[in-house]
Design a protein around this ligand. Sequence first.
Ligand SMILES: NC(=O)c1ccc[n+]([C@@H]2O[C@H](COP(=O)([O-])OP(=O)(O)OC[C@H]3O[C@@H](n4cnc5c(N)ncnc54)[C@H](OP(=O)(O)O)[C@@H]3O)[C@@H](O)[C@H]2O)c1
Length: 256
Amino acid sequence: MDLQGKVALVTGGTSGIGAETAVLFAKAGAKLVIAGRREPEGNETVERIRAAGSEGLFVKTDVSKASEVDALIQKAVNRFGRLDVAFNNAGVEGVWVPIISQSEEDWDRTIDINLKGVWLCLKYEIRQMLKQAGGGAIVNMASVAGLMGSAGTATYSASKHGVIGLTKSAALETAKNKIRINVVCPAVIETAMAARAFNAPEMQRFVLGLHPIGRFGKPMEIAEAVLWMCSDRASFMTGQSLVVDGGFLAGPNPPV
Ligand SMILES: NC(=O)c1ccc[n+]([C@@H]2O[C@H](COP(=O)([O-])OP(=O)(O)OC[C@H]3O[C@@H](n4cnc5c(N)ncnc54)[C@H](OP(=O)(O)O)[C@@H]3O)[C@@H](O)[C@H]2O)c1
């Protein structure tokens, strides 16, 4: 029960990695606040949290809007009294085309959700954590795409590089206040986003070949890493990127 008695927020808790992490947090003893735009899916995650023996609150939120993120944190505190843990996971893949074909509208949307959304969450979460005794732990969601270039997905990659930079700076600003801030960088994980992004069979084969472990990851394998970073077991870790990638970034993987 690594999060016994804690209050945790998961953005993008309506599906995929966020939903699995929220349920794992609940099993670890936390009360949960779930944010996302889809109400039925948010309520479904809350049902899973209850089935896991904890309490959950869904707050319909667009993380790219300051007023909604501010209201999200207020509602979390009104309901549960404090905020100890946050997983800023909400994100979109955007439109994957070369830069010369990218629309300004898609650039703005992807950066607004993936990068500005994390910045807004940090801003209001840290403000709340500074008011409380005991500090807190925050994990942001990046990707291996935040640590390498990727032709055709420049906007997504730029947004995730930005999240890693934001994490380091935020960690420096809060380290003395007992607030730890880290970032997780997964390779391909089996979710709706990955299914959308790699739907062509030849693309799927190519991307699978980049994972030396021979398979894509499962949402629970990221949830476990995030739970550890949010728990006191990771008490000396802040400002770091944790890569969870089946060997993806270890180097080129020629047939042997
Ligand atoms: N799957 C992978 O291979 C992979 C690899 C590396 C990193 N990631 C990252 O992992 C995170 C979760 O993705 P996933 O793979 O679990 O895909 P997913 O199932 O599509 O989840 C994306 C989540 O983000 C939420 N979201 C999107 N835009 C939002 C907005 N404006 N405001 C609030 N919530 C928003 C979605 O909720 P609503 O639609 O309800 O708003 C959904 O819960 C993303 O940041 C993604 O970039 C994924």
